[in-house]
Design a protein around this ligand. Structure first.
Ligand SMILES: Nc1nc2c(c(=O)[nH]1)N[C@H]1C(S)=C(S)[C@@H](COP(=O)(O)O)O[C@H]1N2
Ligand SMILES: [Mo]
Length: 323
């Protein structure tokens, strides 16, 4: 099974959903969930998050968060797509223990005035961390609500002063077959690569993620740096980024290269454009609490519910052709 049954999980590892929800309701009723109180603060006293994950300091709340109830930590970290560690949903959690996300460097190149190789601290430390509770929709028609911690990607990119020629931003995942056992197999063309238009990359919803639930990002979720583009299918949100390139031409993207008829460059969540092999009209939320892996089906929203904020980016673009 992809999510462990409650009987498989030590009680020290989890907080029952009900306790957690009650605690939140209590905090909210007492007015504690107001300014300055993070969702993750409500959990800090709990033992839901293994102690090996370092808590992130100075995280501030974001108005971009949804008020929907987040998935549990062990769902977010136990049901993953990260083919560098295997193609099964439980492979990333099981096989990423040898991966070393520290120290970390990112190469910034292409159409920008400031290029070079930058270490993690120089990229992240100048910024205030935000907790953003986002809806997340995988192209496979499952979804989650995730309290990411990150920085608006645009704020980071601006510091490298992209030139007027920069029309796209390309991203690359690290290649380390010794630490990433899935990379020993040619299931995808390594490195995993992704890309956004400049306007998408600079949009205030686009997040460079460094953590989840108030702690540093677990390896299986793309440590130490990954994207989160909440109005696009999950495969756009590339993990363990080691290269950011400003380009004039639309960059190649891994899933488009692998199956161009099934996965486009834009990959905006669109309930009206089905995947050739399944419907995208609805989705099931990952939910291990009910004795089954998924909750009941619910309709998928255009742009994953973020249409008010992002639809204007695509004015005049045929979203059926440009899927
Ligand atoms: N490098 C890399 N990034 C990746 C993937 C991958 O296999 N390799 N999978 C993508 C897909 S299909 C999804 S749904 C999300 C899953 O993110 P999560 O495991 O944190 O939920 O990561 C995306 N980013
Ligand atoms: Mo996905």
């Amino acid at each position: 099974m992809l999510i462990r049954k409650p009987s498989d999980i030590k009680s020290s590892e989890i907080t029952p959903e009900r306790t957690y929800l009650n605690r939140r309701a209590l905090l909210q009723a007492a007015g504690f969930a107001g300014a300055g109180t993070l969702l993750s603060d409500a959990l800090a006293a709990d033992d839901a998050i293994p102690a090996k994950y370092q808590r992130l300091a100075g995280v501030r709340k974001s108005p971009f968060s949804t008020t929907e109830a987040p998935n549990k930590f062990e769902e977010i970290t136990g049901y993953n797509n990260f083919y560098e560690f295997g193609t099964g949903k439980d492979d990333p959690a099981a096989a990423s223990g040898r991966f070393r996300p520290k120290p970390w460097k990112v190469k910034v190149d292409g159409e920008a005035e400031v290029t070079g190789t930058f270490d993690y601290d120089s990229i992240v430390k100048p910024h205030v961390l935000e907790e953003r509770i986002y809806r997340f929709r995988c192209v496979e028609a499952w979804s989650m609500i995730v309290p990411w911690v990150g920085i608006p990607l645009g704020d980071v990119l601006k510091r490298y002063k992209p030139t007027s020629k920069a029309r796209y931003v390309a991203f690359e995942t690290v290649v380390r077959p010794e630490e990433m056992p899935g990379q020993k197999y040619p299931v995808l063309d390594w490195p995993y690569v992704e890309g956004l238009t400049m306007a998408e990359a600079m949009h205030p919803l686009t997040l460079l993620v460094v953590g989840v639930y108030g702690v540093e990002l677990p390896n299986q979720n793309g440590a130490p740096l990954r994207l989160m583009v909440p109005w696009k299918y999950g495969f756009k949100s590339i993990k363990s980024i080691v290269r950011i390139s400003f380009t004039e031409q639309q960059p190649p993207t891994t899933w488009n290269l692998a199956a161009p008829g099934e996965y486009g460059f834009y990959a905006n969540v669109n309930p009206k454009v089905d995947h050739p092999r399944w419907s995208q009209a609805s989705e099931r939320r990952v939910s291990s609490g009910l004795g089954s892996l998924f909750a009941a089906r619910q309709p998928t929203l255009p742009f994953n519910g973020y249409a008010d904020q992002v639809a204007s980016l695509y004015k005049g673009l045929d979203l059926v052709r440009n899927f």
